[in-house]
Ligand binder design. Structure first.
Ligand code: BES
Ligand code: MN
Ligand code: MN
Length: 452
């Protein structure tokens, strides 16, 4: 019955998703503020059409949160679905094979910004909900919280979660915003890394100088900044910030073994990325480097002349954006402070340094013993014929720790994307097959969860 419904409505499901993908809901760029709100309105309307009783846009200091619910029986358990309707900026634009906000299907994949992260994924939940309503299969209560600031750090969420505690009361959180191992081997994410994001500025002279007249005698902030950044790792790929690893939880040999038992082909990984060698902290595998170890990366760097041709200039300033991915039990504020102190300490006396923390987020580990996890596992077994493997993903979803700490709720990270979907990159995509089988698996999740 469920399958027939999906088949009969497949084209409409996709058309509706495409309408969402056409809206440039770029939360980071204030020029798109109206489009972000329009997207929230469309999500609201789709939830109502699917059968929600009440859907509202809840205002925050930033972009609104879409909150909807369907109560069938107050004595039954409640699932709270979280997702985000905002997307990353699409640049660099010239690298897109088709325009980022004109969804285009090639080889069974939908190419568009947000197709996988997270519009295509949260929309599966709205369609699964529609199916449960139309086929009268819904056997528990459902709430939806689809926010518009995930890609900029969800700064207004802590206040929202505190204020709307009652609204958010639930028995389990369900999120599709992560990746599967592959379409052949399903997985459920049980770990996410945290984040500490910093911006640094190095200043030398009080103005740009002629690089011939002053070069060699006055510090070049770009040269200095590069040296400082390079020094943040040692020869073993370890981060040199004093105290950085102090709180890091070490895993037992058995835990590491099971993590490394997941199917992973290093050659395929390298080929897909066009690299000949991987890198990272000595003594750890690639899965461990992205799953259970903290990292530090420069995300952007600028200064001086970057226009066409050559300009001989010794710039006054140079800047960089640096992110650190955290693991249990590191805390974003503490790591930000360690970074700040260290970055100032290693600056030579020839320059002045400014360090500004941006957003952060706590790491999270979710249990495999919860009723919701068991229901998700069983749903995969039913639909995929295979037990999903628990995996640790390298990305961050700050609300997972917030739900746990503020509401005491465990999350199930039932994502259907693939690492090759190019999230945050040009030509982001989401497989139509992933979208449809995701809907089917989510419907099956409710079948098992509602029984408990
Ligand atoms: N959906 C991603 C996180 C993700 C991607 C988790 C792949 C697991 C696998 C999410 O939208 C995201 O990009 N989060 C940001 C964090 C945020 C604080 C800006 C991230 O990880 O950079
Ligand atoms: Mn996401
Ligand atoms: Mn993202």
């Amino acid at each position: 019955m469920v399958n027939e419904y999906i088949k009969a409505n497949e084209q409409r499901f996709l058309d509706e998703l495409f309408d969402l993908l056409r809206l440039p809901s770029i939360s980071a760029d204030s020029r798109y503020k109206a489009d972000v709100r329009k997207t929230a309105d469309v999500v609201r309307m789709r939830l109502l059409e699917a059968g929600a009783d009440r859907v509202e846009l809840i205002e925050t200091k930033g972009h609104p949160i879409v909150f909807g619910q369907k109560t069938i029986d107050a004595t039954k358990p409640t699932v709270l679905v979280y997702g985000h309707y905002d997307v990353q900026p699409p640049d660099p634009l010239d690298l897109w094979k088709s325009p980022p906000f004109e969804p285009t299907v090639r080889d069974g994949k939908i190419y568009a910004r947000g197709s996988c992260d997270d519009k295509g994924q949260f929309y599966m939940h709205i369609k699964a909900f529609e199916i449960l309503m139309r086929l009268k299969l819904l056997n528990c209560n459902v709430k939806f919280m689809i926010e518009g600031e995930e890609e900029v750090g969800s700064d207004n969420l802590p206040a929202f979660v505190k204020q709307y505690r009652e609204h958010l009361k639930a028995d389990a959180i369900l999120i599709s915003d992560t990746a599967l191992i592959s379409l052949e081997q399903p997985s459920i994410t049980v770990g996410l890394r945290g984040l500490s994001y910093m911006e640094v500025e190095v200043t030398s002279a009080n103005r740009d100088l002629h690089s011939g007249v002053y070069g060699g005698a006055v510090a070049n902030p770009i040269n200095v900044l590069c040296q400082m950044i390079a020094g943040l790792h040692d020869a073993n790929g370890r981060i040199t910030i004093p105290g950085f690893y102090d709180q890091v939880m070490t895993l037992s040999d058995a835990e590491r073994q099971s993590l490394n038992a997941a199917p992973f082909d290093l050659n395929e990984y390298k080929n897909e990325l066009g690299i000949t060698e991987v890198t990272g902290e000595a003594g750890y595998t690639t899965l461990e480097r992205t799953g259970i170890r903290p990292t530090l990366d420069c995300n952007g760097i600028w200064g001086g002349y970057t226009g066409e041709g050559a300009k001989t200039v010794l710039p006054s300033k140079a800047s960089a954006k640096i992110s650190m991915r955290l693991v249990p039990n590191q805390t974003p504020d503490q790591i930000a402070e360690l970074f700040r102190q260290h970055f100032i300490a290693i600056a030579p006396p020839t320059v002045r340094v400014k360090v500004t923390p941006h957003h952060g987020g706590f790491p999270a580990v979710t249990p495999t013993t919860s009723k919701a996890y068991q229901a998700a596992e069983q749903a995969f077994v039913d639909v995929w014929g295979k037990k999903p493997i628990p995996t640790r993903d390298g990305g961050s979803i700050p609300i997972v720790a917030l739900f746990k700490n503020e509401l005491g709720l465990d999350t199930v990270l039932m994502g259907f994307g693939l690492d090759s979907d190019a999230l945050h990159s040009p030509n982001e995509s989401y497989g139509i097959r992933n979208f449809l089988i995701g809907i089917e698996t989510i419907v099956r999740f409710y079948h098992h969860f509602g029984k408990t």
